[in-house]
Design a protein around this ligand. Structure first.
Ligand SMILES: Nc1ncnc2c1ncn2[C@@H]1O[C@H](COP(=O)(O)OP(=O)(O)OP(=O)(O)O)[C@@H](O)[C@H]1O
Ligand SMILES: [Mg+2]
Length: 391
C-alpha cells in the first residue's frame, strides 16, 4: 500500500486551518470561493510565477461528492477580489455545502504539490493518499450528518486541477482517502485542552471536571458541555452568531465616518487586537481614534455572547470553568472579561496566544487522527502475532 499522509483539516466558516504530515506544514486559507464561468485570462507567465500559489488558487474540481461537478473556482484570497465570491451563510450546514469540500480539496491539493511525498504516475498527475481527521459542528453530528459526509469523502477519488496558479499550472492531483475521521468540534477542543500530541493527559486537574467550551467563530458560536470526559450531546448548544458580522459593521462604519476603506475583516481584527496603536487608524495622515465605533459594536456582540454563556451555565450549574476558544474569543476577550467582572463573575478562561485559540480544532484533529493511526497499527501488529502464534 502506498504511504498515507496525515491531514487534519478544520474547515472553519471564516478560514480553513490545516496541519499535514508530521506537522511540518500547515495552511491557513480564508473560506471564500468564487465560481468562474470560463478560464481566467492567462496573464504573463513570468509575472504569474513571481506570485504565491496560496494567493492565486484557481482550480477545477472533479468529484462525485460535489453537487456541481467539474466547476472552476477561485479559492481564498484570489476569490476575495472577485465580485461573485461566496462565504458561507449562517445557518447553512457545513456537511452539505460544496464550499466545504472545495476548500478542503484545494488545501489537500496544495499540500500535495508542495510536500514532495507523493509520486506522479503520469506526467503532471499526482496520486495523493491521505488519512483525514476533520470535524463538524456538534449540531450536525447530533443530526447524524457526519455519516453521510464521511462516506462522500471516502467513497471516491477527488481530482483537483490547477489552472491559472503560479508554479502548479496544469498539475492534477487525485486525492484518495484511506480513512476519514469526523469529530464533533466541541469534543476536539476538549481533547486539545487536556492531552498532548501522544494523547497523554497533560491536564489532570481538568479532565474529570465538568467544563464548558465556548467556541466563538466567524459565523457561529458553539458551547460544548464536557462531563465524564465526554461531550454531553444533549446539553451542547449552537448559535448562528459569530464575529464576522460585527467586523463587517465596524469596517462599514469606519468608511462612512472617516472615508477610509479597510481591505478586509482581518484588518479590522488587527486594529482591535494589535499591541500598539490599538483602536486607531490613519486618516489623511493623522492618527485617528475609532474606539467609539469598535467599542460600541463589540460590546453589543459581547453582551449577546455573554447571554449564551449565562444560559448554558444556568442549565449546567455544576460547571467549574468555561474556556473561550476560536478567533472570536480573541477579539472579544477584554469585553467579555469586563462584563463578567461586573455581572456574574463566572470562572472563565481565555488563551494568551490568539493563535492557540484559532488553531485549537486543527491541532485537536491532528492529535486524534495520529492516535487513531497508532492504535490501528498496533491492532494490525497484534493480529499478525495472533495469527502466527496460532499456526
Ligand atoms: N489572530 C487572528 N488571526 C486571524 N483571525 C483572527 C485573529 N484573531 C481574531 N480573528 C478573527 O476571528 C474570527 C473567527 O476566526 P475562527 O478561525 O475561529 O473562525 P472559524 O473557525 O473559521 O469560524 P466558525 O467557527 O464559525 O466555523 C474571524 O473573523 C477572524 O477574523
Ligand atoms: Mg471554528
Amino acid at each position: 500500500m502506498s504511504n498515507s499522509r496525515i491531514a487534519a483539516v478544520d474547515v472553519g466558516n471564516d478560514a480553513l486551518k490545516a496541519n499535514f504530515g508530521k506537522m511540518e506544514s500547515e495552511l491557513y486559507i480564508p473560506n471564500v470561493i468564487a465560481r468562474d464561468i470560463e478560464d481566467r485570462p492567462v496573464i504573463g507567465i513570468e509575472e504569474l510565477d513571481d506570485k504565491d500559489p496560496i494567493d492565486n488558487l484557481h482550480i477545477r474540481v472533479h468529484s462525485p461528492a460535489l453537487k456541481e461537478n467539474n466547476a472552476i473556482y477561485r479559492v481564498g484570497n484570489l476569490a476575495t477580489k472577485a465580485t461573485n465570491s461566496t462565504e458561507l451563510d449562517p445557518g447553512s450546514s457545513k456537511s452539505e455545502e460544496d464550499q466545504t469540500l472545495v476548500m478542503m480539496f484545494a488545501s489537500l491539493a496544495l499540500d500535495s504539490v508542495t510536500n514532495g511525498e507523493f509520486k506522479s504516475v503520469k506526467n503532471d498527475v499526482l496520486e495523493a493518499n491521505y488519512t483525514l481527521g476533520t470535524g463538524l459542528p456538534l449540531r450536525e453530528v447530533k443530526e447524524g450528518k457526519d455519516v453521510g459526509y464521511r462516506s462522500k469523502l471516502l467513497g471516491s477519488v477527488h481530482q483537483v486541477e490547477f489552472l491559472v496558479t503560479p508554479k502548479y499550472q496544469g498539475k492534477k492531483v487525485n486525492i484518495k482517502f484511506d480513512e476519514v475521521k469526523v469529530y464533533p468540534e466541541g469534543f476536539a477542543a476538549f481533547v486539545n485542552l487536556v492531552m498532548d500530541n501522544d494523547l497523554n493527559i497533560i491536564n489532570k486537574d481538568l479532565i474529570d471536571k465538568q467544563i464548558l467550551i465556548q467556541d466563538i467563530g466567524g459565523l457561529s458560536t458553539d458551547i460544548a458541555v464536557i462531563r465524564n470526559r465526554n461531550v454531553d450531546d444533549d446539553k451542547a448548544q449552537g448559535f448562528n452568531l459569530g464575529v464576522s458580522e460585527s467586523l463587517e459593521a465596524i469596517r462599514e462604519e469606519i468608511y462612512t465616518k472617516h472615508g477610509v476603506e479597510l481591505d478586509s475583516r482581518r484588518e479590522v481584527v488587527d486594529i482591535i487586537t494589535r499591541k500598539n496603536n490599538r483602536h486607531h487608524i490613519m486618516v489623511k495622515g493623522s492618527r485617528t481614534s475609532v474606539h467609539d465605533i469598535t467599542d460600541r459594536i463589540l460590546l453589543e456582540l459581547a453582551k449577546k455572547e455573554y447571554r449564551y454563556l449565562r444560559n448554558v451555565w444556568q442549565r449546567n450549574s455544576q460547571t467549574e470553568i468555561c474556556y473561550f476558544v476560536g478567533g472570536g474569543s480573541a477579539v472579544l476577550k477584554d469585553y467579555l472579561k469586563s462584563l463578567n467582572n461586573s455581572l456574574d463573575g463566572f470562572n472563565i478562561e481565555f488563551f494568551e496566544d490568539e493563535n492557540e485559540s484559532i488553531w485549537m480544532m486543527a491541532n485537536a484533529y491532528y492529535k486524534l487522527v495520529s492516535d487513531f493511526i497508532r492504535k490501528n497499527k498496533k491492532e494490525k501488529k497484534d493480529e499478525k502475532q495472533e495469527v502466527s502464534s496460532s499456526k
